[in-house]
Design a protein around this ligand. Structure first.
Ligand code: BTX
Length: 326
């Protein structure tokens, strides 16, 4: 843990009580000048730290919207997911950043940026990521699995996002394989990337973009995109990330350590926006109306075609559109 994280942890731990500069300096083994410098830096980061003569420092209000390592990892009940957070102001794409450092950091590291200038969707598409408007994050994980087992992790991530949102009172659903929708519009997209050799995975980067505060979307996406604020949900970004880490770790461990796909599949089915419904499957610019029947053990979508034939569709190869709206 970095000294700055220790300073904020000590202040968070002391709750309503003040911590004097001297107490902090002794506790952390740094000079009082260093304490003062760290406090100022934390204030610049957005922490509202009150200081009272002869008493010391305490937090004036809970910093519930700063996506810092201290806030996210503070007393987070996970073993490794989200225990290390790299919080950036701006970056091209958090997925690209994660791939640059993937070999050097431990599994569970989370990269979060306030803004992305080259946010990526699937198949070279663009993901709009304005400053402060959302949660633009990439999780690096290092599962000891063969590469063919990695795509299922997109479903693990989708199930975790929807469960995390549901824990916080949001009615969201999953549009297989990688979109989360609220009131029929896209609130979150997931982009999984893999670094692997023939037989083993080096690391997987799971990129997640969740629209939180955007009210005005650019023309090209305003019909299909929405944000939590726009749908009336005023939630703390920190709470969402923490809930996601908790839910993801449960499903991830189940899948990687015990081969348990059922918990993820149950959530994907329970919160599915498309099972039992008619949708258009779009592949190579051709669209076909089908009925969604199920998601099978491999995480593939089972559909019934117009001629009654049952088909299995793999993620990655298609886009799905609802009959009405997105
Ligand atoms: P996708 O290819 O399924 O969706 C991309 C499409 O969604 C775009 O072509 C556009 O129509 C629409 N779109 C673009 N921006 C938004 C937005 N903010 N909200 C709703 N719809 C939008 C989905 O790809 C995967 C997105 C992953 C984004 C995360 S953010 C953190 C990480 N870093 C990074 O570069 N990508 C991931």
């Amino acid at each position: 843990m970095f000294v700055r994280e220790k300073v904020i942890k000590a202040i968070l731990d002391s709750g309503e009580n003040f911590m004097s500069g001297e107490q902090l300096s002794k506790k952390l083994g740094i000079s009082r000048t260093a304490v003062w410098k760290h406090i100022n830096a934390l204030r610049e980061e957005g922490y509202n730290i009150e200081s009272v003569n002869k008493k010391g420092y305490r937090l004036a209000e809970k910093p519930d919207d700063i996506l810092s390592s201290e806030n996210i990892a503070y007393n987070l009940p996970t073993e490794f997911i989200g225990k290390k957070v790299i919080h950036l102001d701006t970056v091209g794409s958090t997925n690209d950043y994660a791939k640059e450092i993937g070999n050097k950091v431990s599994g569970g590291t989370l990269i979060i940026s306030e803004q992305q200038t080259k946010g990526k969707g699937r198949l070279g598409r663009v993901w709009k990521s304005k400053s402060g408007d959302g949660i633009w994050m990439s999780l690096i994980i290092k599962p000891k699995i063969e590469p063919y087992k990695a795509p299922f992790l997109t479903l693990v991530a989708g199930a975790s996002v929807v469960k995390a949102l549901s824990n916080l009172g949001v009615e969201a659903s999953i549009k297989w394989p990688n979109d989360i929708i609220v009131h029929n519009k896209k609130i979150c997209g997931i982009l999984t990337e893999l670094s692997a050799e023939m037989e083993r995975v080096n690391y997987v980067v799971i990129g997640i973009g969740i629209n939180i505060k955007t009210i005005d979307f650019p023309d090209e996406i305003k019909e299909k995109a929405t944000s939590l604020y726009k749908e009336g949900y005023k939630l703390s970004r920190v709470d969402i990330v923490r809930q996601f880490c908790i839910e993801f770790e449960k499903l991830y461990k189940g899948y990687i350590l015990d081969g348990n796909k059922q918990d993820t599949l149950e959530l994907c089915r329970k919160y599915s926006a498309i099972i039992g419904k008619q949708v258009y499957v779009i592949k190579n610019n051709k669209r076909e109306l089908v009925k969604c029947i199920d998601i099978n053990e491999n995480g593939n979508l089972i559909v019934k075609e117009k001629n009654g034939e049952i088909q299995e569709i793999m993620s990655g190869e298609v886009s799905i559109r609802g009959v009405k709206g997105y």
